[in-house]
Design a protein around this ligand. Structure first.
Ligand code: AMP
Ligand code: GLY
Length: 423
């Protein structure tokens, strides 16, 4: 029997393909399973047909297969307590408990934590009565930002320019319950101006790693127009990123957040994703996420020089300081290829053709793809279908490598991507 590690990655997106790809490079790792996975993870791991929120079946699988470490991709698994359940059985798992994950799953919890600990963020008020929220918007300046308290797949935030827009959103969230219970409570906050940046750091409850910064593109269309999506592209690092900014963010935002969660008796372990805005009064927090971003994971994991499996083992033993987390001094650009119609209605089942024409210097991470068992054909199976990532010595170099490979290559019918990522 091999004494190498058996790993389970939970999730089905390109982020999880990137996580499985990264651990597959580790000499410590033998077998990799992905639940439920996609057409890309099937090529480097074994897909297991269990949904990411069915945590009791995931537990049964891990016990039966004697999995050594589980890596959790999406917030939905964390919210339902996968880490609590696995830790109660002394299993190693990468990610925060559901109490620490509240930093993403409840915006009200996150805002209160920040205000109580002097962590810079927009001024806000929380409401669970529609009448009170409606009264409040009569008194404030516009634009204002309104956020559903709970998870709403990136659709729970509006920047309202007028009273009517604000009122419409409040009504949809609080009375019509468009996102179920997620919007019964809302945050109304001050509109901030500045560059947005996502900052990622590994955390073991107390210690943090070197950080890496990335920028993502949430809007569907070029020029940041159109509806919000899960993310249409990303790059790392931002051109203005420097050591002083990174230290400032660590000292004013990341350490105080980790210490505050530890003081509450719910220490944070996993990857912390801080969504920041660089205002004229310094960096402020827009939101925290308790997992890797998608597509940011596909952008930053290829830059990680440290063995991810070793790093995750150290984190689960609360020994992050025993390993030097290193990020390559290179630039990375990721472009998302989506199905036409995404994020609304789109057709699936189109054949994906011509992947082999793409240069080996481009990494291909699958999201909404599937392999038809009878024909072995790779087909589209979701809104965001593939992420293509390239590294380079500068942003132009990295970006051009990806776009050159796309200019003559239509991989599936109705393929759509933004042409202005990292420009
Ligand atoms: P969130 O899910 O809280 O990160 O919000 C989604 C997006 O809304 C952010 O990426 C920003 O572009 C925007 N946003 C959120 N909060 C604010 C704010 N207080 N001021 C300006 N823009 C914001
Ligand atoms: N790209 C944004 C997110 O993963 O939340």
């Amino acid at each position: 029997m091999s004494d190498k590690l058996k790993i389970l990655v939970v999730g089905k997106g390109a982020r999880e393909h990137a996580l499985a790809w990264k651990v597959s490079q580790s000499s410590l790792v033998d077998d990799i399973f992905v639940a439920p996975g996609n057409g890309g993870t099937a090529e480097i791991a074994k897909n297991i047909d269990i949904s990411e929120t069915d945590i009791s079946r995931l537990l049964d699988f891990v016990l039966k297969e004697k999995i050594d470490v589980t890596i959790v991709g999406p917030e939905s698994s964390l919210e339902v307590g996968i880490v609590n359940l696995f830790r109660s059985r002394n299993l190693k798992i990468f990610g925060p408990t559901k109490e620490a994950a509240l930093i993403e799953t409840s915006k009200d919890f996150a805002k209160k934590l920040m205000v109580d600990n002097d962590i810079p963020t927009a001024d806000y008020k929380t409401f669970d009565s529609y009448a009170d929220a409606k009264e409040h918007i009569r008194l404030i300046k516009f634009p204002c930002v309104i956020k559903a308290d709970g998870l709403a797949s990136g659709k729970g935030v509006v920047i309202a320019n007028t009273y009517d827009e604000a009122n419409r959103f409040l009504y949809e969230q609080m009375i019509e319950e468009k996102f179920g219970s997620a919007g019964k409570k809302v945050i109304i906050e001050e509109f901030l101006i500045g560059e947005e940046v996502s900052v990622f750091t590994f955390v073991d409850g107390k210690n943090i790693s070197n950080v890496i910064a990335a920028c993502d593109y949430k809007k569907l269309l070029e020029g940041d127009l159109g509806p919000n999506t899960g993310g249409m592209g990303a790059y790392s690092p931002p051109t203005y990123w420097n050591h002083d900014l990174s230290e400032n963010i660590k000292n004013k935002i990341i350490y105080p957040t980790i210490n505050a969660l530890s003081n509450l008796g719910t220490p944070y372990s996993g990857i912390l994703y801080s969504g920041l805005i660089l205002t004229e009064n310094g960096p402020k927090v827009l939101e925290f996420n308790c997992r890797f971003g998608d597509p940011e994971a596909q952008t930053i994991l290829p830059l990680l020089k440290t063995d991810l499996a070793d790093l995750i083992l150290k984190i689960s033993d609360n020994k992050l300081n025993d390993i030097n987390v290193q990020w390559a001094d290179k630039n990375s650009v990721s472009i998302v290829l989506a199905s036409g119609g995404y994020p609304e209605k789109y057709v699936t089942g189109y054949t994906i053709d011509g992947i082999e024409e793409i240069s080996d210097s481009v990494l291909i991470f699958h999201a909404g793809t599937d392999i038809i068992p009878s024909s072995k054909l790779l087909v589209t199976n979701g809104g965001r279908v593939l992420t293509l990532t390239s590294l380079g010595n500068n942003l132009n170099d990295a970006r051009n490598k990806v776009y050159l490979n796309l200019s003559n290559n239509i991989l599936f019918e109705n393929m759509f991507y933004r042409k202005d990522i990292a420009i």
